[in-house]
Every structure is written in structure tokens, then in C-alpha cells.
Design a protein around this ligand. Structure first.
Ligand SMILES: *[C@@H]1O[C@H](CO)[C@@H](O)[C@H](O)[C@H]1NC(C)=O
Ligand SMILES: *[C@@H]1O[C@H](CO)[C@@H](O)[C@H](O)[C@H]1NC(C)=O
Ligand SMILES: *[C@@H]1O[C@H](CO)[C@@H](O)[C@H](O)[C@H]1NC(C)=O
Ligand SMILES: *[C@@H]1O[C@H](CO)[C@@H](O)[C@H](O)[C@H]1NC(C)=O
Ligand SMILES: *[C@@H]1O[C@H](CO)[C@@H](O)[C@H](O)[C@H]1NC(C)=O
Ligand SMILES: *[C@@H]1O[C@H](CO)[C@@H](O)[C@H](O)[C@H]1NC(C)=O
Ligand SMILES: *[C@@H]1O[C@H](CO)[C@@H](O)[C@H](O)[C@H]1NC(C)=O
Ligand SMILES: *[C@@H]1O[C@H](CO)[C@@H](O)[C@H](O)[C@H]1NC(C)=O
Length: 464
């Protein structure tokens, strides 16, 4: 009785509160133009102070509007309730000097939201990181990029600002906006909850390394849909550094990349669970669907459905060897833990590819319960790049010479193959060795149902 009464009262209290909070946010959204705070939008003078003042003037929920123009800026910080409304014809340009960014290199973003809720970016305009200004030496194989490591702020050659970051946020919306030419990663979601990324176009230079599209890190409940990503490095890349990643859905996207179109890892210190990729078109990429679990995290419950993949070789200075599907738990180095990958489904996949599928568990990081159903792969060589190499990078065993197979398998328990069709283009078929290549005594519990492998004969026009 007590309990029933308590629930009744709570419900009565909650409903009016919920309705009024929705009405309030609809009614009280104010629009603030950065022009009213003195932004010039001429692409030459810094508008940082004007933009930040407009954001800081917001109380409650606001649209911070950018009329057409080019707004050069140092790092700007969003707050709870703020949505940047970058209008069609407006571009936010990231500064190219180290002084334009905060002291801590892990906060180097052009647009940054931290510990904020109900924040976002929209409007049909663009944010541009001026990536070409960070090219130290142009190289058609792979550009050498500027590194700000000499300041001691960070190490190595991945020491450049990212474009847009949401760190520790809730209810993030990024929709109808173009993100161009990041110096380093493009859109970075970190330790956040409830994120929707929709109708976003990403363009990163095809010759610049580390131009990742969307990196989702240690975050729960993320939706990515109707995005177009054309970039040099990994396009959609879930990672775990400080905590697990649960519930990610990406659908209705188009991707081209010189690295992996979809890649879990390589940072993989915690678990990944509940992930769906559906209706995705991948063209001219160095790798299609990939897992690079290197650091001991466990992956469970991942589905790839209705995916069309076209993979090809590019220069070996980029990771990837044209694999349409690539799954590995090989530890980064001998001291790394071995993570596992279980319950992964590939359903309704078509691929045209210059290399085979690669399924490689490790001794203590077994791949379990992989299933392939309705998978149709055409194997065909059309570039002149060298085949016959297995790519375990980063770390692990590096590049290893190995025969070419339609599907290479090691350290697997539970592999179900149903309605899988391998077709071999007649042109350079002598370059392939086996449809299926098992590393003996490491693959158990396999079932084949309706598996087919055959030469693919190009339909010829009648000569009559
Ligand atoms: C994106 O924004 C532009 C400019 O405001 C608008 O015309 C267009 O309809 C929007 N597109 C979508 C998909 O929301
Ligand atoms: C890619 O960057 C190079 C400079 O490194 C630049 O010359 C080129 O125009 C960029 N490509 C595109 C398509 O923007
Ligand atoms: C900085 O990065 C450059 C370019 O990759 C590299 O050659 C150099 O060794 C790095 N220096 C430091 C101190 O990390
Ligand atoms: C995501 O959910 C897991 C499991 O409930 C939790 O441990 C983790 O803290 C959550 N992460 C965030 C960023 O809320
Ligand atoms: C993941 O989604 C499931 C199903 O919608 C939900 O029950 C679960 O709470 C979510 N996990 C997290 C960590 O939010
Ligand atoms: C699949 O995604 C494309 C966009 O890449 C979209 O045009 C198409 O309508 C989607 N198909 C379905 C069945 O949702
Ligand atoms: C796979 O394709 C079939 C035929 O197009 C369709 O009926 C089925 O729903 C698809 N399965 C998934 C999981 O999308
Ligand atoms: C593999 O699938 C079987 C049967 O559904 C299940 O019992 C087992 O727990 C699964 N293995 C893992 C590691 O999830």
C-alpha cells in the first residue's frame, strides 16, 4: 500500500514538470548573432572574443547564429544549452597558430564543449580546420604534417589540433553541418551520453594522415545517421581509453577513406557492447569493416547489415591491405593484455575487393561466434600494388608475407557461414591461392551452409 501510494504521487508530480520543461525550452530559446557582438566575419581578423562573448551571454537555451561570412577563431567553448547555428554560407575557420589553442594539448579543438548538456551545432554552414596549413611537406603518397611536439605539449607526429570535440557531455546534437579539412581528427565524442550526429558531411584531405572522420570514445547511446565521410584516415572509429562504450548505431552513411571505413580500436582498453552498422556504402577504401583490438578490451554483440563495400590497395605507408572485413585481437606488444571479440554478425554484405577477409584471433584472445549470412564477395585485382602481405600493424607482427586467400582464419571458436558466395574475377586469378585458409588446430566449431566459390566470368557482348 505504501509503495503504491508513493508511485502514484511521484507520477502526478513528474508529468506536469516534464511538460512544462519542454514548453519552457521551446519558448525561451533566444537567438544571438555573433555580428551583434562585433564579429567581422572577414576571414582575416580573429573573431574569437566576439564569438565567445555571444556564447557567454546565453542564459537558458540559445541559438548562436553565424550569418554568411568567414569567422577566423581560436578555440571557442560551448556551454550547456548552446547550439551553434552556422548558416548556409558561413564558415568557422580554425586558427593555425599554437597560441590559438589552450595550454593542454588534449583540449586543442577549434570548437570544444566540456561537461555541458543540451549542446550542438547545426545551420547548414561549415567548420574548417585549415588542414593544408598544417602540411609541412606535401607528398602524394602521404603528407608530412607539422608537429607542435617541440613545445613539449605532446609527443610524436600526432600533435595537432582536432576540429570539434564534446567531452563529458549529455544530449549532444550535431546536424546539418559540414566539417572540412581538420588538421588532425575531425569530430571527437568523448565520455558522453546521448549523442546524435545526423546529416553531417565530413571532408578530410585524402593525403593527410590522422584525418579521422568521427571518433567515438568511452561514450554511450550514440547515433550516427545520413552522414557522408570522405577522408584520409579512419571514417567511423569507436575507441575505449578510460571506460567502456555501449550502444552505438551508425546507419545510412556513405564513406570513402584511405584507411578503415569502420574500425573498432585500435585504442581498446575497455569493453565495447551493443553496436549496429546498417545500410552503409563504402567505396575505394583501404579497409572496409575492421576490429583492431590491441589492448585487452572485450567486444560483444556487434552487427553489420546491408553494407556494400569496395576496397582497394593504396600505398603501404597507410595501414590496411584492401581487406573488406578485418578482425584481429593480436596484442599491441608482448606486455599488452589480449581482448576478445564475440557474437559478431555480418548480414547482407556485398563486396568487391582486391584482398580477402582476415579473421585473426590471438591465443588468449579468441574470436567467438562470428556469423556471416548472405555475403557476396567478388575478388578482383585492379591496381598494381603488391599483394601477398598480411597487415598486423600497429604493433603486433607488422607486415607478414602470406598467401592470398578469400578468407584467412586463425584462433576462432564458432564460425557460421551461411549463403556465402565468393566469386573470382578471371583476369588475374593466378594471384590468389585458396578460397579458405585455416591456420591448423586454431579454428573450431565451424559450420558451412550453402557456401559457394567460383570463377566470375565477365558477361560478354555477343560477337554476332
Ligand atoms: C540544412 O540547412 C539549410 C540551411 O539552413 C537548409 O536549407 C536545409 O534544408 C537543411 N537540411 C537539412 C537536411 O536539415
Ligand atoms: C589537400 O591538401 C593539399 C595541400 O597539402 C592541397 O594542395 C589540396 O588542394 C588539398 N586537396 C583538396 C581536394 O582540398
Ligand atoms: C616531433 O615530431 C617530428 C615529426 O614527426 C619527429 O620527427 C620528432 O622526432 C618529434 N620530436 C619529439 C620531441 O617528439
Ligand atoms: C556507459 O555505461 C557504462 C555501463 O553502465 C558505465 O559504466 C559508463 O560509465 C557509462 N559511460 C558514460 C560516459 O556515461
Ligand atoms: C543500451 O541500450 C539498452 C537497450 O536500449 C538499454 O537497456 C541499456 O540501458 C543501454 N546501456 C547504457 C549503458 O545506456
Ligand atoms: C540507405 O542510405 C542511403 C544514404 O546513404 C539512403 O539514401 C537510403 O534511403 C537508405 N536506405 C534505406 C533502406 O534506408
Ligand atoms: C537482408 O536482406 C533481406 C533481403 O533483402 C531482407 O529481407 C532482410 O531484412 C535483411 N536483413 C537485415 C538484418 O537487414
Ligand atoms: C556463443 O554462442 C553460444 C550459443 O549461442 C553461447 O552459448 C555462447 O555463450 C557464445 N559465446 C560467447 C563467448 O559469447
Amino acid at each position: 500500500m505504501m509503495r503504491a501510494a508513493f508511485f502514484f504521487r511521484t507520477a502526478v508530480l513528474l508529468i506536469p514538470f516534464f511538460v512544462s520543461s519542454i514548453l519552457q525550452s521551446e519558448a525561451s530559446t533566444s537567438t544571438i548573432s555573433v555580428r551583434d557582438f562585433g564579429a567581422a566575419g572577414d576571414g582575416r581578423s580573429y573573431d574569437t572574443r566576439a564569438i565567445q562573448s555571444a556564447i557567454d551571454a546565453c542564459s537558458g537555451t540559445c541559438r548562436i547564429s553565424f550569418p554568411p561570412g568567414r569567422y577566423l577563431t581560436a578555440t571557442i567553448r560551448l556551454r550547456s544549452g548552446v547550439v551553434l547555428d552556422i548558416q548556409d554560407g558561413a564558415t568557422i575557420l580554425g586558427g593555425t597558430r599554437i597560441g590559438d589553442y589552450p595550454r593542454r594539448s588534449d583540449r586543442w579543438y577549434v570548437v570544444l564543449a566540456e561537461d555541458a548538456s543540451d549542446v550542438g551545432i547545426t545551420g547548414g554552414g561549415a567548420i574548417d580546420g585549415q588542414g593544408p596549413a598544417f602540411v609541412e611537406r606535401f607528398d602524394e603518397r602521404k603528407n608530412v604534417m607539422v608537429s607542435w611536439n617541440l613545445t613539449g605539449a605532446c609527443l610524436g607526429d600526432e600533435c595537432r589540433p582536432r576540429l570539434v570535440g564534446f567531452i563529458g557531455c549529455r544530449n549532444v546534437r550535431v546536424w546539418n553541418v559540414t566539417l572540412n579539412e581538420p588538421a588532425y581528427w575531425c569530430l571527437h565524442i568523448v565520455r558522453s551520453e546521448n549523442t546524435v550526429i545526423r546529416d553531417v558531411s565530413i571532408y578530410g584531405n585524402f593525403t593527410s594522415p590522422n584525418n579521422d572522420g568521427i571518433d567515438i570514445e568511452d561514450s554511450n547511446n550514440t547515433i550516427i545517421e545520413r552522414c557522408r565521410i570522405d577522408t584520409g584516415d579512419d571514417a567511423i572509429c569507436p575507441k575505449t581509453y578510460t571506460g567502456p562504450l555501449y550502444n552505438l548505431t551508425a546507419r545510412d552513411c556513405w564513406i570513402r577513406t584511405k584507411s578503415s571505413a569502420i574500425k573498432l580500436g585500435s585504442a581498446s582498453f575497455f569493453d565495447f557492447k551493443g553496436i549496429l552498422f546498417d545500410n552503409i556504402t563504402i567505396v575505394d577504401s583501404h579497409r572496409g569493416l575492421g576490429f583492431q583490438i590491441r589492448d585487452g578490451g572485450n567486444v560483444d554483440d556487434v552487427t553489420f547489415s546491408n553494407i556494400d563495400i569496395r576496397t582497394r590497395y593504396y600505398d603501404p605507408s597507410w595501414w590496411g591491405r584492401a581487406e573488406p572485413i578485418y578482425v584481429t585481437t593480436c596484442p599491441r606488444d608482448p606486455s599488452s593484455r589480449e581482448g576478445s571479440i564475440s557474437n559478431v554478425r555480418f548480414i547482407n554484405i556485398t563486396a568487391e575487393s582486391e584482398n580477402g577477409m582476415f579473421l585473426s584471433g590471438s591465443q588468449h584472445g579468441i574470436l567467438s561466434n562470428l556469423s556471416f549470412s548472405n555475403v557476396d564477395v567478388t575478388y578482383k585485382r585492379w591496381t598494381e600494388y603488391e599483394g601477398g602481405l598480411v597487415d598486423y600493424r600497429p604493433g603486433c607482427r607488422g607486415l607478414v608475407h602470406h598467401s592470398m586467400a578469400g578468407m584467412m582464419m586463425e584462433n576462432i571458436k564458432g564460425l557460421q557461414i551461411e549463403n556465402v558466395n565468393m566469386r573470382w574475377s578471371d583476369g588475374r586469378s593466378q594471384e590468389w591461392d585458396n578460397p579458405l585458409d585455416f591456420i591448423p588446430s586454431t579454428v573450431n566449431d565451424i559450420s558451412f551452409f550453402n557456401f559457394h566459390s567460383d570463377l566470375f566470368i565477365q558477361p560478354r557482348r555477343s560477337t554476332l
